[in-house]
Write a protein that binds this ligand. Structure first.
Ligand code: FAD
Length: 521
């Protein structure tokens, strides 16, 4: 610690209980238990050189480090390490927006830059650019992209790692690497061409522990002239097949290029009521009679989606027109026009938009979901996100509904946000839902056991998660077991070569350094 203090100054090394409490995972499924993942200390460097120095000290003294950008990874670990006793390498002080280029629409940022920071910078400078944001705006483009996170405007900007261009990385030996065109001395196209020449290595630094990312470029969306959205509703259960097929084709063709989420207003209204449970079982036996009758009696659509369009008014009107033409192939389909905007919005207008993330405006309003209300008097203390990737077909969507809702009923757990297939990345759905957590051990013990059951259940259907909480990274990676865990063995080979002392983020996504492998941590 005194070595670290010599590098960053005494005030940027944290050891007190109060300071370290800030690095606890506020949504920890192990909250207050002996094996809760806890940091031993934290160190906050202010420059790349300081990061390099810290890494060299850590390697010399074999001190485990756990790098975070803004450390807001709630639902997937917060800012707590995978291995207790690690020193958090907190990069929040490195918060420079190094460049934003309006003509070529890109930004180069440091890890401590949040979505709020980048949004404000662009607004203050009146640049005609948009960012894409995940639901909580207090996170960072770098931390989010390194977790394969996504947002809510349009492709290709929504896939945050997919929309990055160029990285700077400190390796475990203190060396400094720039990827893509950044490897050219005096490069002038680091953020414009992502591949450079030779093997493309950027993916190795995501969901891994092979380096510390100190800069990253992102492509931004030139501010569109207009936005409009529309809702599409189908009445019958068996419409799901055509509904998803048309959606997929339009999305794969780029005619629908927004986030697409296919939900069932009927199922969402009654996941836990016995009649709905019965229709899901009936679905397995192939008949739609009860489902359709109950949905009609309740005045609810069986399936619904919202599509959003961005661009010149005439183009997006044509897109919406074409989408309606295609969906008209389904009988009794209903279309509803949603909100429409012209840009730029004034600050006051931007503040009153109901669905800010659809317009790339960062906010924290998502935390109202599951907050205390008349209908929800005892909110959870946090939640655990389960995120299996399933095929983008009606058949798979019905199957996921049936499999997971049966599990939820069997275990008597009430998940939040259950039942939507959403297109986090093109060509597949993430059937994401969250399990409530509590500061009492009993609820969390049950949630953990259920989560493990869900991992196995999903794997039995050929589904794996796109992202995982540290407590379950091992098991989630364990499902990716083709050819006797060839992928894990490859990760371990890389770990041994790049970080032989095992000082970086030990255990992240099941990648343990040699000396901790096969030990329970
Ligand atoms: C209600 C709710 C809604 C959410 N909605 C979304 C959503 O719409 N989309 C979405 O993607 N997520 C969502 N999340 C999850 C999460 O809040 C966000 O992904 C958040 O942006 C992650 O936090 P962060 O950006 O601060 O990343 P960090 O916490 O800084 O980083 C995440 C992890 O990446 C690694 N890492 C970070 N920085 C570095 C670095 N510089 N070098 C090496 N490794 C590093 C570390 O292991 C770290 O733990 C949601 C969470 C909640 C609670």
């Amino acid at each position: 610690l005194s070595d670290f203090e010599r590098v960053v100054g005494k005030s940027w090394v944290f050891t007190s209980e109060d300071d370290l409490a800030l690095y606890r995972d506020a949504y920890s499924p192990l909250w207050g238990e002996t094996d809760e993942r806890l940091a031993a200390a934290a160190v906050a460097p202010g420059s790349v050189e300081e990061v390099q120095e810290i890494v060299r000290i850590a390697a010399r003294r074999v001190v485990p480090l756990y790098p975070i950008s803004t450390g807001r990874n709630l639902g997937y670990g917060g800012s707590a390490p995978v291995l207790s006793g690690s020193v958090i390498l907190d990069l929040k002080r490195m918060n420079r927006i190094i460049e934003v280029d309006e003509d070529n629409a890109f930004a180069l940022v440091e890890p401590g830059v949040s979505y709020f920071d980048l949004y404000r910078y662009i607004r203050e400078k009146n640049l005609r650019l948009w960012i894409d944001v995940p639901d909580p705006g207090w996170g960072s483009p770098i931390g989010n992209a390194l977790e394969h996170g996504g947002g809510w405007t349009l492709n290709p900007f929504r896939d945050h790692f997919g929309a990055h261009c160029g990285m700077e990385v400190v390796l475990a030996n203190g060396d400094l690497l720039r990827t893509g065109m950044g490897a050219i001395a005096g490069s002038r196209t680091w953020q414009q061409n992502r591949y450079g020449v030779g093997p493309y290595v950027d993916g190795l630094f995501t969901q891994s522990n092979f380096g510390i990312v100190t800069k990253m470029g992102f492509w931004l969306y030139p501010q569109p002239q207009a936005f409009r959205s529309g809702e599409i509703l189908a009445l019958h259960r068996d419409d799901v097949h055509e509904f998803v097929r048309i959606t997929a084709e339009l999305a794969n063709a780029g005619i629908v290029n927004s986030a697409v989420m296919i939900r069932s207003p009927f199922l969402h209204a009654g996941l836990r009521d016995e009649q709905t449970a019965a229709v899901l079982v009936e679905t397995e036996h192939g008949t739609a009679g009860t489902w359709d009758r109950l949905a009609r009696d309740r005045g609810l659509a069986s399936w619904a989606t919202t599509v959003q369009f961005y661009g010149p008014p005439a183009v997006i009107a044509a897109q919406w027109g074409h989408v309606q033409e295609r969906f008209a192939a389904i009988k009794q389909i209903e279309f509803r026009d949603g909100p429409a905007y012209r840009f730029p919005l004034s600050q006051a207008e931007a503040e009153t938009v109901p669905d800010k993330s659809a317009l790339g405006i960062p906010s924290l309003s998502i935390f109202a979901m599951g907050a205390r209300s008349e209908n929800y008097p005892s909110p959870a203390d946090g939640h655990l996100s389960f995120s299996p990737v399933i095929p983008m077909t009606g058949k798979a969507l019905l199957e996921a509904h049936r499999v997971f809702s049966a599990a939820v009923r069997e275990w008597d757990i009430e998940p939040l946000g259950f039942g939507a297939g959403f297109c986090m990345y093109p060509r597949s759905f993430v059937f994401l839902f969250t399990l409530p957590l509590s500061r009492d051990g009993g609820t969390n013990r049950k949630a953990r056991a259920f989560f493990r059951h869900l991992i196995t259940l999903a794997a039995q259907h050929g589904w794996g998660e796109y992202r995982a909480h540290p407590v379950f990274m091992e098991e989630v990676m364990g499902v990716y077991s083709f050819n006797d865990h060839a992928l894990r063995r490859f990760h371990q080979m890389l770990k041994d070569a790049l970080d032989p002392e095992g000082i970086l983020a030990a255990g992240r996504y099941g990648i343990w350094p040699k000396h901790l492998r096969n030990k329970r941590v």
